[in-house]
Design a protein around this ligand. Structure first.
Ligand code: PLP
Length: 388
């Protein structure tokens, strides 16, 4: 049988695996940070209307510059961040993953590098690799905040062309302070200058204001957003960025013509008409997120503070087998158990969470109150068994 490595594939792709959060059929799926609430019926009907209208014109290519949609996105950003954003400073694509790809096509590429502070969103490194951009893994503190001194030193030394800052950070949930972004931006300008991309996929779930106002007077700062999480529309594939209009001009040099279908544009416009209802779900999810943090802590687990719609948790030291040795290695009096074994034990109890490969940690998405109860019950059941 022919394998990938038998093909004349690019060397840097040999032996690599594709992005792959498992899509398993289990009762409670809390593994990909989706919004658990289906779109409300009035919005579903509005999408049908808008798409019907768009269908009448599908013999023609869509609006290449998605002007109506970008105008609506600019209005949404202006309203929710308090910072005036205009059409010329907004760009939209098929998910923020495509936004990131277009940015790397324009600002990264062969002979250039990008840096991110890990653990963070794995697509930043994967899309870097896919665009031939070298990847630099920058450090974080023990508490998963960005180590500003180490990060600025890494930027000064390695001089990357692109700097990724994920806030709130996936998979840890950690928000980044504005002062940290400014320090990284200054370091990146002094070193190169380079493009700093703030991935605010979870911005709407944060306790803190958006970092978007920082783009003012900083032409090399980009904020990327998505309708996949807060708008509950992961299936729509709509991401966008806000930046200096020159950045929007730059991505137009690499985007495929007519990349955003008329159906996508019509659907996103319908969703934006229902912003208030959708942001109401965000408030419910924030409450559930805070409840997950509190109740997981009450069971004795180590929980990272979260500004997103998910929570990172780890086993207490007493259950990690003492010495932090390899999985299965005997530590203290309690047998060692690693994150993946906990992931499997929760799956056996009908709850799918995410193992992002962060040692000793797992990530759970805030679901409906019922889903979260099922998850918490599974955790308590497992903890009882482990403490026995
Ligand atoms: C989910 C997520 C995205 C969203 O990607 P889309 O392509 O818009 O669905 C982007 N960045 C981060 C950090 C994410 O977790």
């Amino acid at each position: 049988m022919t394998g990938i490595d038998d093909l004349p594939i690019r060397d840097e792709l040999r032996g690599k695996s594709p992005y792959g959060a498992p899509q398993l059929d289990v009762p409670v799926r809390l593994n990909t940070n989706e919004n658990p609430y289906p779109l409300p019926e009035p919005l579903v009907r509005r999408i049908a209307e808008r798409v019907t209208e768009a269908a009448r014109g599908l013999n023609r290519y869509p609006d290449r510059d998605a002007v109506e949609l970008r105008t609506a996105l600019a209005r949404y950003l202006t309203r929710t961040t308090g910072h005036p954003v205009e059409l010329a400073g907004v760009w939209a694509a098929n998910g923020s993953n495509e936004i990131i790809q277009q940015l790397l096509q324009a600002f990264g590429g062969p002979g250039r590098t990008a840096i991110g502070f890990e653990p963070s969103y794995s697509m930043h490194s994967l899309i870097s690799r896919g665009t031939g951009t070298g990847w630099i893994s920058g450090p974080r503190n023990e508490d998963f905040t960005i180590d500003v001194a180490a990060a600025t030193a890494a930027i000064a030394e390695r001089k990357p062309e692109v700097v990724f800052v994920c806030s709130p950070n996936n998979p840890t949930g950690t928000a980044v302070e504005a002062e940290t972004v400014l320090a990284l931006y200054e370091a990146a300008q002094a070193a190169k200058p380079s493009l700093v991309v703030i991935d605010e996929a979870y911005g709407e779930f944060s306790h803190r204001p958006s970092l978007l106002p920082l783009i003012e007077g900083r032409p090399n700062l980009v904020v990327s957003r998505t309708m996949s999480k807060a708008f509950g529309a992961a299936g729509l594939r709509l991401g966008y960025l806000a930046a200096d209009p020159a950045v929007v001009d730059a991505v137009q040099l690499v985007r495929l013509p007519y990349h955003l279908s008329a159906v996508t544009q019509a659907t996103a416009l319908a969703a934006l008409e229902h912003t208030d209802t959708l942001l109401g779900y965000v408030e419910q999810l924030k409450t559930e997120r805070d409840r997950l943090v509190a109740e997981l802590r009450a069971t004795g687990l180590e929980v990272t503070e979260s500004d997103a719609n998910f929570v990172q948790f780890g086993l207490p030291q007493s259950l990690k087998g003492g010495g932090g040795g390899a999985p299965g290695e005997a530590g203290g009096s309690v047998p060692a158990i690693d994150a993946h074994a906990v992931w499997q034990a929760l799956l056996d109890r009908g709850v799918l969470v995410r193992d992002n490969g962060v040692p000793g940690r797992l990530r759970v998405t805030a679901g409906t109150p019922e889903e979260n109860d099922a998850f918490l019950d599974a955790v308590r059941d497992l903890m009882k068994e482990l403490n026995r």
